[in-house]
Design a protein around this ligand. Structure first.
Ligand SMILES: C[S@@+](CC[C@H](N)C(=O)[O-])C[C@H]1O[C@@H](n2cnc3c(N)ncnc32)[C@H](O)[C@@H]1O
Length: 232
């Protein structure tokens, strides 16, 4: 049986190691800078929030605390099931099995979209952007969170491991589509060194992971991300 719907972009980190990805999510952004920056642009209190590529639904309960309604969409069958289990008991959250290119939602039904390290990586995500334009209500806001490979320790690792990655092309892609950017120093902070090392190993191939681990001490990694957003 296929594990994910057609159109899904393989995500070996969370697909193969959901438990370790949970540790990664717990280490991400200890100061809450991503959500603080999002709130400055558009608060989602009372809104319908759509989390595209929600994985195991890590972010859904936080959105649900103040949103009127939250929908998570996830193409990987087991991850979608894990997300559903996580939000069982939260009456305002629904998880749907689907892809960004064909969102299982009606036209003009969503106020805020959140896509974090999922599908919207720049060139190639045009079909998903068409879908965002369809499901977002007038006055809605789309947020995309992805790596800022131009700076930070993690950005340096990312550029070395993905030699063909062109941050300038990604920037031009989003700017040409009306998205604004804010680069945020969000960081990773782990409780245990073993957790940091295990997470680096799910993000990079074995050769790169061992080199990065050997060259980096401590429990924290400085890590810059881009918050892209656009009003509709
Ligand atoms: C790196 S994970 C991030 C998960 C989640 N956003 C988080 O921050 O915990 C990327 C997720 O995007 C999902 N994904 C891959 N292709 C997708 C697509 N075409 N549409 C929607 N989600 C997709 C993957 O299955 C995976 O769960």
């Amino acid at each position: 049986m296929r594990k994910a719907l057609a159109g899904a972009i393989p995500s070996p980190n969370i697909w193969n190691s959901p438990r370790l990805y949970e540790l990664e999510n717990a280490a991400v952004d200890p100061h809450g800078r991503i959500e603080a920056a999002m709130r400055e642009v558009r608060d989602w209190s009372g809104a319908h929030v759509l989390d595209v590529g929600c994985g195991t639904g890590y972010h859904l309960p936080r959105f649900a605390a103040t949103a009127a309604r939250v929908t998570g969409v996830e193409p990987h069958r087991e991850l979608a099931a894990a997300a559903s289990s996580r939000v069982r008991g939260l009456a305002n959250v629904t998880v749907a099995h689907g892809v960004a290119q064909s969102l299982p939602l009606p036209d003009s039904s969503v106020d805020v979209v959140h896509a974090r390290w999922s599908y919207f990586f720049g060139p190639g995500c045009e079909p998903g952007l068409v879908e965002l334009g369809r499901v977002l209500r007038r006055g809605g806001t789309a947020f995309v969170i992805d790596n800022d490979a131009t700076r930070s320790t993690f950005g340096g690792w990312f550029r070395r491991a993905l030699a063909g990655y062109d941050p300038g092309a990604v920037e031009r892609f989003w700017s040409a589509r009306g998205f604004q950017r804010r680069s945020l120093d969000m960081g990773w902070r782990f409780e245990r060194r073993a957790d940091l090392e295990a997470v680096v190993r799910i993000e990079f191939s074995p050769e790169w992971a061992e080199e990065f681990i050997a060259g980096h001490t401590g429990l924290e990694v400085d890590y810059a991300v881009n918050l892209w957003w656009r009003g509709y």
